[in-house]
Design a protein around this ligand. Structure first.
Ligand code: MSP
Length: 471
């Protein structure tokens, strides 16, 4: 049995989850379920990023002890992941003591590539990122993502010598040893890599105390990204445990805004530690609200819990995995969501199950043997390339084909004409086809597919309530 390790970005806990956060989880979960169907043993990591300025400041604004604040929000994220039906196996909080200790050991092991120098430049606490003068000038001193002026920093801190690793990282990306998807992002990161200076990896405790202490220097804590990126291996037990069964990860899912950290700093750390690079870095697009970035100040943030409570888990997963493109930005609007729910989930799939099960029930149809399932080549090809929204489109066409077959073959006419044997064969063959489509749908909408499987195996009975009641 092969072992597959899959990771998700760990969100900052400076607020409650929003619908954008669902993307990493949904995509990683689809891949995890797909690999399990293929027989792999899968570990799927999730967690929260609890250090850094942004979080510390937020807790202070609220007048809350920071430990309490992060604990409260970490709980919200964990609840959210559960509600999304994510089949995670590991959950990390970066304030876990074990994690902090392991980060310090990672730091020690990287020390040959770390040096101290004075940093004089810009910082964006929204991005938790050091900003080059070039970027500062291009953006006229204001972060386009957070609409906040960059902060001036003058402090002594530690640097990771990216120059030591550039050639190896470039070669790994160019040769696809570390496959960066989609292709257009690969070009972007190669350019960023060329321009990347050495990276500051600590902050002075005069500025920030809410971080993992740098070993052997009380005046410094680790830059939040060093601590955060390490989570992918500390959760496996590194460096206390041999992680070679699981590492390198088969797939690491990240948003487009944080690909740069995963394609430059993270590989540099791994090479410095003598560890292999992840096999694939998948960068997804953003969920927009009516074409606009979601932000609290615009007031267009959509609460994922509201969507989940109103329409249910699989309706949520359906929209975010099919209508939100895997690699590009896509829109969420209630109108689009409800249209997809009614026209596609309720009509195409819900009605299909209802009418096929009703006909089978009325005519005493039962499958003689448990059918065996398989993927077809096209589906597997798309799933292997992480083209999940396209794979979902592809399977949906198959759902529509079953509907079309019913319309063409008109089993009710066979019943009317008393062609019992033909009718039995026709319905059985439709059910087997639907169950095979159902199998391919199962990584996407697992609860629904489990119900459909139950309806059509053993004694067939139509569901008492529709799978997707019209809204
Ligand atoms: N803490 C870092 C990640 C550290 S990973 C070692 C971080 N946190 S975040 O909360 O800002 O973002 C978490 C994830 O959510 C990222 O993958 C980010 O791209 C994703 N998204 C945040 N807003 C999003 C949308 N509106 N749409 C889709 N994904 C978005 O970055």
């Amino acid at each position: 049995m092969s072992k597959t390790y899959i990771t998700t970005a760990i969100p900052y806990v400076n607020g409650a989850p929003h619908i954008g956060h669902a993307m990493d989880y949904c995509l990683a979960d689809v891949y995890a379920r797909h690999r399990r169907l293929l027989g792999d043993e899968v570990r799927l990591q999730a967690g929260v990023d609890e250090h850094g300025n942004k979080i510390f400041q937020k807790a202070q604004e609220l007048g809350m002890p920071v430990e309490e604040y992060v604990a409260e929000n970490a709980r919200k994220f964990r609840d959210f992941i559960e509600k999304l039906g994510v089949s995670y196996t590991d959950f990390i909080r970066t304030t876990d003591l074990e994690h902090e200790k392991r980060c310090q050991e990672i730091w020690r092991r990287l020390s040959d590539h770390i040096y101290k120098a004075k940093y004089e430049g810009w910082y964006c606490s929204g991005c938790e990122r050091f900003i080059t003068q070039k970027e500062y000038d291009e953006n006229s001193g204001i972060c386009p993502d957070h609409q906040k002026p960059y902060e001036k920093l003058v402090e002594e801190n530690y640097y990771l010598r990216i120059a030591d690793f550039k050639d190896q990282i470039r070669a790994a990306i160019e040769s696809d040893e570390m496959l960066v998807l989609p292709e257009f992002r690969k070009k972007e990161v190669l350019k960023l890599l060329e321009e990347s200076p050495d990276v500051s990896v600590s902050r002075s405790t005069e500025q920030l105390t809410w971080g993992v202490p740098v070993p052997g220097d009380e005046t410094q804590v680790m830059y939040v990204w060093i601590d955060a990126l390490s989570n992918y291996i500390t959760i496996l037990g590194y460096p206390d445990v041999d992680i070679s069964d699981w590492w390198p990860a088969a797939a690491q899912f990240v948003g487009k805004d944080i690909l740069r950290f995963h394609a430059i700093i993270w590989p540099a750390m791994l090479i410095g530690l003598g560890l292999p690079l992840p096999k694939t870095l998948i960068s997804h697009g953003f969920v927009l609200a009516d074409g606009q970035k979601m932000s609290k100040s615009i007031g267009n943030v959509v609460d994922p819990i509201e969507v989940l409570d109103k329409h249910g888990l699989d309706a949520f997963r359906y929209y975010f995995l099919r209508h939100v493109d895997t690699f590009n930005d896509s829109d969420f609007t209630w109108e689009k969501f409800e249209k997809a729910y009614n026209n596609e989930l309720a009509n195409d799939l819900g009605n299909l199950v209802q009418r096929l099960a009703t006909m089978a029930y009325k005519n005493g149809v039962k499958l003689d043997t448990e059918p065996s399932f398989g993927f077809d080549v096209e589906y597997t090809g798309l799933m292997d390339k992480f083209e999940f929204s396209r794979a979902f489109d592809y399977v949906w066409e198959k759902v529509q084909n079953v509907n079309k077959r019913i319309d063409d073959e008109k089993p009710w006419m066979l019943a009317k004409n008393g062609e019992t044997e033909k009718l039995q064969e026709c319905l059985k063959s439709l059910i087997v086809e639907l169950l095979n489509v159902n199998y391919m749908l199962s990584p996407f909408i697992p609860n629904t597919t489990e119900k459909i499987f139950e309806v059509f195996t053993g004694e067939i009975e139509p569901p008492k309530t529709p799978l997707f009641p019209k809204q």
